[in-house]
Design a protein around this ligand. Structure first.
Ligand code: S3P
Length: 172
């Protein structure tokens, strides 16, 4: 059996559209690491889209599912955990991700985010709110918690996937 590359998890956090899923897929390809895409697992387990979970059960219910999944993942190693954008807002979640993970914050300007999310319709917080001022405002509200949770920060504007991953590996 191959030796595990990292004896911790790489936990990717950041605003919607910051590139967490894209970079996860890249790390999976390069390092053959297992990826936990939190939104995807939650949607699969509930057999519902994220939008339908929000609509049917409300945001708090979704947030509890996130916390439970995060706790479950901290018993593992050598995983890439791609968090939903709201995960670092709960203090408990940050404690959990820090137990066994190197927390990597991906950032991007509101204009870049808007460009990346404009054609996606499974982000209930952004539906009907796809404007630079709305994104900038929500980003500002989250900034402090994102920064406090992060061990490593990487700006993603105007960088290729490869450049972002190279920077990440150097900083790990
Ligand atoms: C959310 C981000 C989404 C998803 C949900 C809520 C948020 O994930 O978890 O729509 O509160 O920022 P992505 O960051 O993968 O878009």
């Amino acid at each position: 059996q191959a030796r595990k590359l990292f004896d911790y998890n790489i936990v990717l956090i950041g605003f919607m559209g910051a590139g967490k899923s894209t970079i996860s897929e890249f790390l999976k390809t390069v390092f053959a690491m297992e990826v936990i895409e939190m939104d995807q697992i939650i949607a699969e387990r509930q057999s519902m889209s994220i939008s339908d979970i929000f609509e049917t059960y409300g945001e708090e219910y979704f947030r509890d599912l996130e916390t439970n999944l995060l706790i479950e993942m901290q018993s593992k190693k050598n995983m890439v955990i791609s968090c939903g954008g709201g995960v670092p807002m709960r203090e408990r979640n940050v404690v959990e991700m820090k137990k066994n993970g190197r927390v990597v914050l991906l950032t991007a300007k509101p204009e870049t985010i808007l460009n990346r999310v404009k054609d996606n319709h499974d982000r209930p917080l952004l539906e009907g709110n796809k404007t630079v001022p709305f994104i900038a405002d929500l980003m500002e509200k989250r900034r402090e918690k994102y920064q406090a949770a992060a061990d490593i920060v990487i700006e993603t504007d105007d960088k290729s996937e490869l450049e972002i991953c190279e920077e990440l590996v150097k900083k790990l």
